[in-house]
Design a protein around this ligand. Structure first.
Ligand code: BTN
Length: 251
């Protein structure tokens, strides 16, 4: 099913693995080609953002990591957002479901999380070696733990039918390959498309900055070329925040 030129052409599949991201991180540079896909059907030690675990029922979902080896380290958060935007586009095009990107990198449907992305980098000296974009997408999982049920969903739960994971992934990789070249050449339209998919875009939202919920609301403008979140504060000034500094708080 794979029609890509380079993305996923180097493929590491494991029926069971601790974490696809950890696996790709541990390999030497020579063992990881640009575009390598590492995927497992049963991830036992999945990692999420903020040192959290990523749980996924075996054989039901998509848990995989893509390795990119660009020649520059700048704007890598924009690449993560590009991968998130592609998910949102494909969910809409394939299933007719509206999803959005919740900063920094959750994919949500009706305020419930359907997917999450985790980007990590490895360096060789001070030179970027690889960007690892780990993606967990809840595809056919019907049941979540009591704790997660309120906040998580799957494509099947929202769409009402089982989804062909292989087909979905093959199309996703083609789409990402295409959008990667736009990211690489710093296509300004790409940023606009990402921003349109951001939860709260153009609205006054409450932010958690460096762990503290801010008293005043800020108007969310979107992500800039460096991958920073730009907002207008209540005094009319412009603030930019790095990726890790900010979380969006539901009101
Ligand atoms: C998050 O929303 O917290 C990010 C979740 C990222 C999970 C994926 S699943 C594949 C890859 N391997 C991991 O250990 N984590 C990422």
């Amino acid at each position: 099913m794979l029609h890509t030129h380079w993305l996923g052409q180097s493929l590491l599949y494991f029926p069971q693995l601790g974490s696809t991201s950890t696996h790709l991180k541990k390999l030497s540079s020579d063992e990881v080609a640009h575009g390598t896909l590492c995927i497992t059907d049963h991830q036992t030690k999945g990692r999420g953002q903020y040192e959290r675990d990523w749980e996924s029922k075996p054989g039901k979902n998509l848990t995989f990591t893509l390795a990119f080896k660009p020649t520059f380290a700048e704007r890598f958060h924009v690449l993560t957002l590009t991968c998130a935007k592609v998910l949102v586009d494909q969910i809409e095009d394939n299933l007719g479901l509206k999803s959005s990107i919740k900063w920094p990198n959750d994919v949500i449907i009706d305020d419930k999380k359907v997917g999450g992305l985790l980007t990590e980098t490895t360096f060789s000296g001070n030179k970027l070696d690889r960007l690892l974009v780990g993606i967990g997408l809840n595809v056919n999982q019907d049941k979540f733990s009591e704790e997660l049920d309120e906040v998580a969903t799957s494509l099947k739960k929202e769409f009402g039918h089982k989804i062909d994971r292989e087909k979905f992934l093959a199309e996703y990789l083609s789409r990402v390959e295409h959008e990667y070249s736009r990211w690489h050449k710093n296509d300004a339209e790409l940023l606009k498309e990402i921003n349109c998919k951001l939860v709260g875009h153009g609205n006054w939202v409450r932010l958690k900055v460096n762990g503290n919920v801010s008293e005043d609301k800020s108007k969310l403008i979107g992500v800039n070329e460096q991958g920073q979140l730009t907002v207008i504060n209540n005094e009319g000034g412009i603030d930019t925040f790095s990726y890790e500094q900010i979380r969006l708080i539901a009101d």
